[in-house]
Design a protein around this ligand. Structure first.
Ligand code: PMT
Length: 216
C-alpha cells in the first residue's frame, strides 16, 4: 500500500537524556519502539519520513536525526516544521534538566550532589507555534488514569492526542504492544484495544489519512 505517497511525516522517538556530568544523565524508560513503529509504517506506505530520535538508527528508509537532549530535539524538530504534512511527537521528552552540567565526573568522595533543575523547552508547544498546516499528533504518558489527558489535548493545541497508561500491562515503555486512547481536538475520546505498536501506528495513520482527505 502506498497511500501516503507525497506526504512528509516527521516523527520523534525515544527518551531524552539530560547530562549531569560526562558520565551520568537524567533520563526515562522510552525505548523508541512506538515512534519507530510510526516512522516505519509511514515509510512503508510511501511517505517521506524524518525521524528525530535518541534511539539507535532503524532499518528503514528515512532521514534520521540523532539527538540526545530536549534542547537538541527542539532544534532538530523546530527547524523542520515547515513543509511537513504530519508531525507525530512520540518521544518522551524531559521536562526538567540539570541547570549546570559538570565538565568532569562527580566523585563519590565529595558526597551526594545537590542538582538544581531548570525547565527544558516544550518541543511540542514550539511545533504548534511554528506550524503552517501540518496535522500535529501529541502523545501523553500517564500513570494509572487518563483523566488529565483530555485537558492536556486542549492545552497542547494538537489535532490528536494519543494517551497511554504506562503502568498498564503490555503498554507504554519498552513493550511491543500498547493500549492507547485517542483524544480528538473536539475532546471526544476513543479507547483502542491492546495491540502491537505496529498496529497502533497503522491505525493512527489510517485515521490521519481519513482526516486529511476530509472523509472523517
Ligand atoms: O518508546 P517506547 O518504549 O515505545 O514507549 C512509548 C512511549 C510511552 C514513550 C510513548 O507511547 C509516549 O507516551 N510518548 C510521550 C511521552 C511523554 O513525554 O508524554 P508527556 O505526557 O510527558 O508529554 C506530552 C507530549 O509533549 C508528548 O508528545 C511529548 O513528546 C511532548 N513534550 C513533552 C515535554 C517537553 N519538554 N517537550 C515536548 O514536546
Amino acid at each position: 500500500m502506498a497511500d501516503l505517497t507525497g506526504w512528509r511525516v516527521l516523527v520523534t522517538a525515544g527518551g531524552t537524556r539530560e547530562p549531569i556530568d560526562p558520565v551520568r544523565y537524567l533520563g526515562n524508560r522510552s525505548s523508541g519502539k512506538m515512534g519507530n513503529a510510526i516512522a516505519r509504517e509511514a515509510a512503508a506506505r510511501g511517505a517521506t519520513v524524518t525521524l528525530v530520535t535518541t534511539a539507535s538508527p532503524p532499518d528503514f528508509e528515512a532521514e534520521i536525526v540523532s539527538v540526545e537532549t530536549a534542547q537538541e530535539m527542539a532544534e532538530a524538530v523546530w527547524s523542520r516544521v515547515a513543509n511537513q504534512d504530519v508531525i507525530v511527537m512520540a518521544a518522551a521528552v524531559a521536562d526538567f534538566r540539570p541547570a549546570h552540567t559538570h565538565s568532569i565526573k562527580l566523585s563519590r568522595s565529595d558526597g551526594p550532589p545537590v542538582i538544581e533543575l531548570e525547565p527544558t523547552p516544550d518541543v511540542l508547544a514550539g511545533v504548534v507555534e511554528r506550524n503552517a498546516g501540518a496535522a500535529v499528533v501529541g502523545f501523553a504518558a500517564e500513570t494509572g488514569t487518563l483523566d488529565r489527558a483530555v485537558d492536556k489535548a486542549r492545552a497542547k493545541g494538537v489535532d490528536l492526542l494519543v494517551a497511554n497508561d504506562v503502568l498498564a500491562d503490555g503498554s507504554g515503555f519498552g513493550s511491543t504492544t500498547n493500549q492507547v486512547t485517542v483524544i480528538m481536538a473536539d475532546g471526544s475520546v476513543d479507547p483502542w484495544p491492546l495491540m502491537s505498536k505496529q498496529e497502533v501506528a497503522a491505525r493512527l495513520l489510517d485515521l490521519l489519512s481519513k482526516q486529511r482527505s476530509g472523509l472523517d
